[in-house]
Design a protein around this ligand. Sequence first.
Ligand code: 13P
Ligand code: SF4
Length: 349
Amino acid sequence: TASYEELKKRVLAVKEKMGDRLFIPGHHYQRDEVIQFADAAGDSLQLAQIASKQHQAEYIVFCGVHFMAETADILAADHQKVVLPDMRAGCSMADMADINQTERGWEQLQQLFGDTILPVTYVNSTAAIKSFVGKNGGATVTSSNALEVVKWAFSQKDRLFFLPDQHLGRNTAHDLGISLSDMAVWDPIQEKLEFEGELDNVKVILWKGHCSVHMNFRVDHIHRLRKEDPSVRIIVHPECTREVVALSDDAGSTKYIIDAISSAAKGSKWAIGTEMNLVNRLKQNFPEIKIQSLNPTMCPCLTMNRIDLPHLAWILESLEKGDVHNQIKVDKDTAYYAKEALDKMLQLT
Ligand code: 13P
Ligand code: SF4
């Protein structure tokens, strides 16, 4: 097997040779060994914005997870090809909502609520679900713009069907002043609405999905830390539960967390509740700030981590030879409506 230095040289050689024919976007949760080669690093929103504008490169080598590569393909120009260095890089949250379950749920919700609901989906969802949302007049959201998009959605309809992350949905609706008692949960396995009270009061229907990485940051971590050192500031991603967000000092998307740490006072202490690679990178980049993970055992996103240097080198060298592996191609019909949902979000942001 090739050494790290050898692989690095090989990646650089392909990048040099292919020049502008190649574009490598990378999500901030990617490994250091991969993100160092990204032409643009960003959170989900920034990567979608870049994909909607980067229409020159022939090949987009997406260093992130499957749904992000799908989004890039939907927003790409016709001549561009999007590839994912390892097809096993999925997202367990996106896998929690499939299109058949969604359509069945939608039918039942319409029976309960008539034409008063607008579907909205976190970008962490399949292209088919984005397409369903677009077809029904809704929009996608990311953790960076959920507040603006959800506000817009309420200007369209009385209630929202928020897929697939119940926590981002609940945290966002709460920030807009919606009471927790007016939020219902749709259980796609039982095909049942979890709600106690008058159905008329339901404002948001949350799909029962979650991020397994962000569920690792728990209330007991916060209590322990507060007891050990009350001067530590706690900042978490809104994919964490409502209880965790409520007990933290601040919450926000990947970009929000990076900005907060970038502008933090020297010597200040922070505990961060998000993916391990990002927390470690912030620790390296800001040695004058005392940073720890909110969960001391550190929490990697295993699927993000599947994109590693050997896979990156392999896919790049294949492209250089003209062999396109792991292309992510969303069919035209699905892409058409998914793009409507994505464009709506991009216009509002
Ligand atoms: P953001 O990039 O929107 O912060 O989302 C985090 C995440 O879990 C990506 O999968
Ligand atoms: Fe999916 Fe969570 Fe990993 Fe993001 S961090 S890709 S939401 S599993």
